[in-house]
Design a protein around this ligand. Structure first.
Ligand code: UD1
Length: 419
C-alpha cells in the first residue's frame, strides 16, 4: 500500500486542469450495456473506480478497450449476474441494475451494503424498476429483478433525504428500452444525471428534462452506439478551489464548470475569497484571513455532500465557529477524528459538526477512511506545520486522477511512498 507524505505550509500557485467526471463516467459506462453497437467514451479519468466499472463490463460479456483516457465498449452482455466481488468494492456499480434488466430481461446484482459514510439503502432504485413493471426479490445478498417487458410509467422518486442520483440513473436507463413514456418526478438534478441524459439521447433515446426534477423518457426498441466526451469533474474542481483557499494560494482551475459549483463559490465569496469565472476556467485567490460560515449540504444545486469534508478542513483553520450539517449523508463525519489528531477543534453533534477554527494544524500520521475524507486530510496536510503522512491513499486513487502530481505542479511538497 502507498501513502502520501506532505510537507505543509507552501502556498499553491499556477494552473491545473480538471479531469473528466468520475460520477458521470460510471453510469455512462453502465449505459453501454443497453446496446450491442460500439460506444466510444472520451475524457474518462484514469481512476480505480472507472477501472472497476470496466472490469465489471468485461465480466458481463462486453469487450472493453482502454487507450489513455478513451474507453471503447463493444459486443453484447451475455450474463445478467453482477458479481459480489466487483459490486462490493464500489457502490457505483449498482447502476448496472437498470441497463441489465432492460437489455436482458433480468438482472442479479449484489446489494451494495453500507459503507463508512452511512447506511446506503436501495429502496428508490427498487421503487423505480417496480413502477416500470419489473419484479424484484432478494436472494442471498443479491437483488434479483426480472421483467419480460418493461412499461413506461409516471413515478415519484423523492426519498427521505431528497432525490437519489444513482436511482434516477438506473430508472433512466431501464426506461430507455421500455414501451411507452416514463416520467420521473423528483428526479436527481445533478450535472452527472444531465450528462447521462445527453449520452442516452445520443444513443437514440427520446429524453427531455435531464438536469431538472422532471425527466420524460420515451423508450425506443433499440439503441445505437455513439462517441461521447465526458465533462469535467465538478468535485475535483471544487476540491482544488478549497485547497488553494486553505493554502493561501492563487490558482487557475482549467476546464472547470463555474455554474456547477455555484453553492460552493457563493460560500467562498461570503467567507472572503476572490473567485472569478474566466471563460471555461475559474481563478481563485486568497490572501487574507477568512470569516467562518455554516454549511448545510443538499442535493444539487445545493452545497454538495462530496465537498463537505474538504470545506470542514478549511473551516478548521478559519478563526471563529462554524456549523456543518450533512442532510444528504447525516453520518458522513469520519474525517473529524483524523482532523482533530492534527490539532483541529471539531465536535460532533447529531447530523452536524461544530468547528472552532484554530490558528495552526500540525502534521501527523493520519488514516484515509473514504474518498472525500481523504481529500480533507490532504487539505489539512497542505496547511499544517510539519510533515503529514496519509495512509490508505487507495481511497484517493478511487476518485482523483494524479492528485500528487497535480499538487506538485502547483508548488506543493507531496510525495507518494510505500507504506
Ligand atoms: C451519488 C454519488 C456520490 C454522492 C451522492 C450524493 C456516484 C457514483 N456517487 O451516490 O458521490 O455522494 O450521489 O450526491 O454518482 N437513498 C435512499 N434510498 C435509495 C437511494 C438513496 O434513501 O434507494 C438516500 C441515501 O442514503 C442518501 C441520499 O438518498 O441519504 C442520496 O443518495 P444517492 O443520491 O442515492 O447517492 P448515490 O447515488 O449512491
Amino acid at each position: 500500500m502507498e501513502k502520501f507524505v506532505i510537507e505543509g505550509g507552501r502556498p499553491l500557485k499556477g494552473e491545473i486542469k480538471v479531469s473528466g467526471s468520475k460520477n458521470a463516467t460510471l453510469p455512462i459506462l453502465a449505459a453501454t450495456l443497453l446496446t450491442d453497437s460500439v460506444c466510444e467514451i472520451r475524457n474518462v479519468p484514469k481512476l480505480r473506480d472507472t477501472w472497476t466499472m470496466c472490469k465489471l463490463l468485461r465480466a458481463l460479456g462486453k469487450t472493453v478497450d482502454i487507450s489513455g483516457n478513451q474507453v471503447t465498449v463493444s459486443g453484447s452482455a451475455n450474463t445478467h449476474v453482477a458479481d459480489y466481488k466487483l459490486v462490493s468494492t464500489m457502490r457505483g456499480s449498482f447502476c448496472v441494475l437498470g441497463p441489465l434488466l432492460a437489455k436482458l430481461g433480468k438482472a442479479k446484482v449484489s446489494m451494495p451494503g453500507g459503507c463508512v459514510i452511512g447506511v446506503r439503502p436501495i429502496d428508490l432504485h427498487l421503487k423505480g424498476i417496480l413502477a416500470l413493471g419489473a419484479k424484484a426479490n432478494f436472494e442471498a445478498g443479491n437483488v434479483m429483478a426480472t421483467a419480460s417487458r418493461l412499461r413506461g410509467a409516471q413515478m415519484y422518486l423523492g426519498g427521505t433525504f431528497g432525490s437519489s442520483v444513482l436511482a434516477t440513473a438506473n430508472v433512466m436507463m431501464a426506461a430507455s428500452l421500455a414501451d411507452g413514456q416514463t416520467i420521473i418526478e423528483s428526479a436527481a438534478c445533478e450535472p452527472e444525471i444531465e450528462e447521462l441524459g445527453n449520452f442516452l439521447s445520443d444513443m437514440g433515446v427520446k429524453i427531455e428534462g435531464q438536469g431538472t426534477p422532471r425527466i420524460v423518457i420515451n423508450g425506443v426498441k433499440k439503441l445505437n452506439g455513439t462517441s461521447y466526451k465526458i465533462g469535467s469533474d465538478r468535485i475535483e474542481a471544487g476540491t482544488f478551489l478549497l485547497m488553494a483557499v486553505a493554502a493561501k494560494g492563487d490558482i487557475v482551475v482549467k476546464d472547470a464548470c463555474y455554474n456547477h459549483l455555484l453553492a460552493l463559490i457563493d460560500k467562498l465569496h461570503y467567507v472572503g475569497v476572490e473567485v472569478r469565472k474566466d471563460g471555461s476556467d475559474i481563478r481563485v485567490r486568497c490572501k487574507r484571513t477568512l470569516r467562518p460560515a455554516n454549511v448545510v449540504t443538499h442535493p444539487h444545486p445545493g452545497f454538495p455532500t462530496d465537498l463537505q469534508a474538504q470545506y470542514m478542513a478549511l473551516m478548521a483553520i478559519t478563526p471563529g465557529v462554524s456549523i456543518i450539517t450533512d442532510r444528504v449523508f447525516p453520518d458522513r463525519f469520519m474525517h473529524i477524528a483524523e482532523l482533530n489528531r492534527m490539532g483541529a477543534q471539531i465536535r460532533r453533534d447529531i447530523g452536524s459538526a461544530i468547528v472552532e477554527g484554530v490558528k495552526h494544524l500540525y502534521g501527523a500520521p493520519v488514516m484515509a477512511s473514504d474518498l472525500r475524507a481523504s481529500a480533507a486530510l490532504v487539505i489539512a496536510g497542505l496547511v499544517a506545520r510539519g510533515k503529514t503522512e496519509i495512509y490508505r491513499i487507495y481511497h484517493l486513487d478511487r476518485g482523483y486522477e494524479n492528485l500528487d502530481q497535480k499538487l506538485v505542479q502547483l508548488g506543493a511538497k507531496v510525495s507518494r511512498e510505500k507504506e
